[in-house]
Design a protein around this ligand. Structure first.
Ligand code: QUE
Length: 362
């Protein structure tokens, strides 16, 4: 019996996701490196299939989710493909894509054994969704996280409206990450709790897991954060300003505080904070105002919701955004033409109908 299970009957090294049982570890390897492992619907189905098979299989002690590429764990969902169909008003594909993706995100939160994501390289959007609902999110000095959806006229989804409002740190930090699309360093990941462990080498850690002793494998591979290029999280350094700016109000109120801070920044006398505030303002430059307004409405409600309720709200907001022009335009500018010059409409926050999003989520 045991020997039979070691060989996966459908193992295919060229598949977009390969799944193998190695000893008592179920390994899910994302293998679409040319697209930085952005998740196709096939990949979502293959991951789901493996999780369903291994979650209640007593042979399997741990489930590991990793990438075949050092460049990226996973850069997001395959939004180019979704856009192609949405553009032709064929919304059914995107609808079921997000339904299946969000169901997988929820399923990952329900597995009663360690689900360990090895976060080497880029982890954005959908990549967060297949890692952050598991028990262990292992980061390295090369991990780069982000929720950059506002740049493509979308909103942070995949259950991250729930995760980012239920961080070890305050929900204000989560909303900061969601609106600015902030590039999260390994230190930022650990500070927020999005990362649970720091290791130097994920391959060495994975091979040590075969001992069956997860705490020992984590301990013996633990890297001191002081060894990082930036040992201190910039979000931690400026958490007070983030709190004051993002803790309450709608996007209009938050944006007004940021504008005020930029105007006052030269007279603060804190060079580091001034630099940070300018960088915050810059990271909001390419964002769709409609996305920013909708993100705040979504996050204020997700703070008091369950993961499933948050996913359902994300689906509602996402469906609506996909049927407007900004998602088509945002994916065009960032991922198709890569000119990063999206012409969003409305172009400013004051022109966005905030009431529409409140009614949608009521
Ligand atoms: C926002 C996103 C995504 C993004 C950039 C954003 C996203 C996504 C990708 C991506 C990146 C590289 C690829 C690819 C996709 O970028 O979801 O196929 O090669 O998948 O600003 O939400």
């Amino acid at each position: 019996m045991a020997d039979k299970r070691r060989k996966h009957p459908t193992y295919d090294p060229d598949a977009e996701v390969t799944t193998v049982v190695a000893g008592h570890i179920g390994v899910i390897e994302l293998n679409r490196p040319k697209a930085l492992n952005s998740l196709s619907v096939e990949m979502i189905r293959l991951i789901r299939e493996a999780i369903d098979k291994w979650a209640d299989d007593d042979w399997i002690q741990f489930i590991v989710i990793k990438s075949s590429s050092e460049k990226a764990f996973c850069a997001g969902g395959d939004v180019r493909y979704v856009r192609m169909r949405d553009k032709k008003r064929m919304y059914r594909f995107g609808d079921s894509f997000f339904e299946e993706e969000y169901d997988l995100n929820e399923r990952l939160s329900q597995v009663n054994k360690p689900v360990i994501a090895l976060l080497e390289g880029i982890v954005m959007g959908g990549g967060m969704g297949i890692s952050m609902h598991g028990s262990h999110r292992v980061v390295t000095p090369r991990t780069l996280g982000a929720m950059p959806e506002a740049a493509i006229g979308f909103v942070p989804d995949v259950g991250m409206s729930y995760r980012l409002t239920h961080l070890d740190v305050s929900p204000a930090v989560g909303l900061f990450i969601a609106t600015t699309g902030w590039r999260l360093s390994p230190a930022d990941m650990l500070y927020t709790g999005l990362g649970t462990n720091l290791v130097a080498d994920v391959n060495k850690f994975e091979s040590d897991l075969h001992s069956g002793d997860l705490p020992e494998a984590l301990r013996s591979n633990a890297l001191d954060p002081q060894a990082l290029q930036e040992p201190t999280s910039i979000l931690q350094k400026h958490h007070e300003w983030i709190e004051q700016t993002f803790a309450d109000g709608d996007w209009g109120a938050i944006e007004a505080r940021i504008v005020e801070a930029v105007d006052a920044s030269s007279s603060i006398g804190d060079a580091e904070l001034t630099q940070f505030i300018i960088k915050v303002a810059e990271s909001l430059q390419g964002a769709s105002p409609e996305s920013l307004v909708a993100t705040v409405e979504l996050f204020r409600r997700a703070e008091h919701a369950t993961l499933r309720e948050a996913l359902d709200m994300e689906y509602k907001v996402g469906s609506e955004l996909r049927r407007g022009k900004n998602f088509i335009e945002g994916v065009r500018a960032v991922l198709e033409h890569k000119d990063h010059n999206a012409q969003f409409d409305p172009a400013t926050t004051d022109q966005v109908d905030v009431q529409k999003w409140r009614e949608l989520l009521a």
